[in-house]
Design a protein around this ligand. Structure first.
Ligand code: 0R9
Length: 637
């Protein structure tokens, strides 16, 4: 770059890109793995816009071996003409902040909205970027380096019969460290987009792990619901309706199954609204209203009887997809995952009210199955409420204290987010953990009885389960729809079980519970699994804890001299000091943070593995689980 002279315009542009590099969080939310994937969504969204506008119906994403990523569309190609500034249009699009808007024709920007920050932001945060454009019979290329500086200006490099734009970029390691792109995360997002945009083919290729997936659906949201409910038993065919009011276009599909949980997914301009918002409120309000009216007119509800919203959503899977013009688009919340636009509420509410009432009147069989389920939910909910209030009224003590008395050993600090709750398998390990812990910040809750499989239980059964009740009261942040992770008594909830089959079983039951009833705890990264070591090896006066069979093999292969190996089967085999040192001390322990990488897949897994249908479970295990002998490493068969 030596001696290169910049004009005033160029300096302004570089200042703009530099501002992005100084404060990436302002543009893409964060510089972790999630932020790095935002770069991909940004470029993919531009490709989707072109497809929605009717140009090209296939988008390909390639995770390259080198760590760069390629996004390719088959649209018209970014215009290559000279811009009035004397630069080529692609140079402007990829270096000027918010340049896209200046070229936009009306209604251009259809996808995005959540981020929608522009391709230049991706360029600013990349070590290098290369854009290849096939347009009007010719191939053009332009490349950038070091956060958006032009490396080679736009140049015609050949001829072609195809059209489209290909963007390849390498996120700057100075900003994103050595984070890697996740095939699963990208697949989830591409599959979602394929569901939301009829006929669009989304291809994902992982060159590093030699994996490939293609998603294309011709029945839009109906296909989406069929996919979500694949392993469940539906009560009726998928209901789908769409309509437009006040410039807001609404598309909804829904179906009830014989399960107990609700699964509502919502999207705005093809981006998931993870925290819901006005559209979901409108949907739920309409559901409650329609169901109450329907049940009153059929005589299933009498006088002042009514059902609550939650009754109408037991076993419901629904996808709500909105297109909202940019000028009235508002997002709220810490991660901007909640739709604010107030009109969305009334538009969705009136549409759902009208169409769902019609559907229920016209489809007697489906409506009676759905209404029966709702009434059952109401009865179960009232029974649970009664049981709870009787338990409370019976004894003088405050309910929460009573439930926790003699079970929870609390932490002393009132700095809740710094506190940790260890849910420990068994009383004896609980006792060891109690003496080994850091009293200030660590609380211990030993589990005595069995945890209920909440995938096979109603909410009412759940409240009758003492262990679950204790956990709910200890965390003290509500449950189900009312769960609020920021009210939690603990910043970390840590499941600590033995490293054996029973321990794994308890883990799965607890994870199912947290997934179904305290999911935001997982989404906010507050749920962990403790990893007690598997082995203690002693040599001379020294000792070492080993966490896996691989570590043990490595030790055996490299250590010269005498040693003994002790296999820990249970937490109870360790004394308090050992448990602290290996599993509880924040300085030395290993924790696994529980996360949901692919939420739809997670939903399906929980249904298959924890649900009623043993046949599907057997099939899944046969297809997906590799059986190995635990003691294989001994090689002593
Ligand atoms: C692989 C990722 N794809 C893109 O980023 C992409 C942007 C883009 C595009 C147009 C077509 N395809 C695209 N792919 C386009 C073309 C025309 C008009 N508008 C958009 C046209 O042929 O007239 N553009 C997005 C912004 C712009 N082009 C520009 F106009 F600002 F340059």
């Amino acid at each position: 770059m030596a001696n290169k002279e910049y004009g005033a315009d160029t300096i302004k542009i570089l200042d703009g890109l530099e501002a992005v590099r100084k404060r990436p969080g302002m543009y893409i939310g964060s510089t972790d793995k999630r932020g790095m994937h935002h770069l991909v969504w940004e470029i993919v969204d531009n490709a989707i816009d072109e497809a929605i506008n009717g140009h090209g119906n296939k988008i390909t994403v390639i995770i390259n071996k080198t760590g760069s990523i390629t996004v390719k569309d088959e649209g018209r190609g970014v215009p290559t003409e000279m811009h009035e500034s004397g630069k080529s249009t692609p140079e402007v699009v990829y270096t000027v902040l918010h340049a896209g808007g200046k070229f936009e024709s009306e209604g251009y920007k259809v996808s995005g909205g959540l981020h929608g920050v522009g391709s230049s932001v991706v360029n600013a945060l990349s070590k290098w970027m290369k854009v290849t454009i096939c347009r009007k019979g010719k191939v053009y290329e332009i490349s950038f380096k070091d956060g958006g500086k032009v490396d080679k200006p736009l140049k015609e490099i050949g001829t072609t019969r195809s059209t489209g734009t290909t963007v390849e970029f390498y996120p700057d390691p100075e900003i994103f460290g050595n984070n890697k792109f996740s095939y699963t995360t990208i697949c989830e997002r591409m599959q979602e987009s394929a569901f939301l945009i009829n006929g669009l083919t989304m291809e994902v290729i992982d060159e590093e792990d030699d994996k490939r997936a293609e998603f294309k659906y011709d029945n839009g949201l109906v296909s989406f619901i069929e996919y979500i409910n694949e392993n469940k038993s539906p009560l009726h065919k998928v209901v789908q309706f769409s309509g437009e009011k006040q410039g807001i276009y609404v598309d909804i599909a829904m179906q009830y199954t014989d399960t107990y949980n609700e699964n509502i997914l919502s999207f705005v301009n093809n981006v998931k609204t993870i925290d819901g918002g006005s559209h979901e409120v409108g949907f739920k309000t309409a559901l409650t209203k329609v169901f109450n009216e329907h049940l009153k007119s059929s005589g299933q509800l009498k006088g002042k009887e009514s059902i609550e919203g939650s009754d109408t959503r037991e076993g419901l899977s629904a996808v709500i997809s909105l297109r909202i013009p940019e000028d009235i688009l508002q997002f709220e919340g810490q991660t901007k995952g909640k739709l604010g636009t107030p009109q969305a509420r009334s538009v969705v509410e009136s549409l759902v009210y009208e169409k769902l009432s019609f559907f229920l009147d016209e489809n007697k069989e489906a409506s009676s199955a759905i209404m029966d389920k709702t009434i059952k939910s109401k009865i179960a909910r009232e029974a649970a409420r009664k049981a709870r209030s009787e338990a409370r009224a019976g004894k003088g003590k405050d309910k929460k204290e009573k439930v926790l008395l003699g079970k929870l050993t609390p932490a002393q600090s009132k700095d809740y987010m710094k506190n940790e709750l260890f849910i420990v398998e068994g009383n004896s390990a609980g006792g060891t953990a109690k003496s080994g812990r850091d009293k200030k910040h660590q609380a211990i809750l030993p589990l005595r009885g069995k945890i209920i499989n909440c995938e096979k239980s109603t909410v009412a059964d759940l409240f009758k389960n003492e262990e679950i009740n204790t956990i709910v009261h200890a965390i003290n942040a509500g449950i189900g729809n009312e769960f609020e992770p920021y009210d939690s008594n603990y910043g970390k909830v840590i499941i600590m079980t033995d490293a054996d089959d029973d321990g794994a079983h308890i883990q799965v039951l607890l994870l199912t519970f947290f997934y179904r009833y305290m999911r935001p705890l997982i989404e906010r990264g507050m749920l962990y699994i403790a990893m007690p070591p598997l082995y203690l090896v002693k040599y001379g006066k020294d000792k070492k804890y080993l966490n896996t069979n691989e570590e043990l093999n490595e030790f055996k292969n490299t250590f010269k001299g005498n040693y003994t190996v002790q296999r820990y089967k249970g937490l109870g085999e360790m004394n308090a000091d050992q448990l602290w040192e290996t599993t509880m001390d924040p300085e030395t322990r290993n924790l696994i943070r529980v996360s949901i990488e692919d939420s739809i897949l997670a939903e399906k897994r929980v249904t298959v593995l924890m649900g009623d249908d043993a046949e599907i479970r057997k099939e899944w295990i046969e297809e997906n689980v590799e059986f190995t002998l635990e003691d294989d490493y001994k090689g002593g068969k």
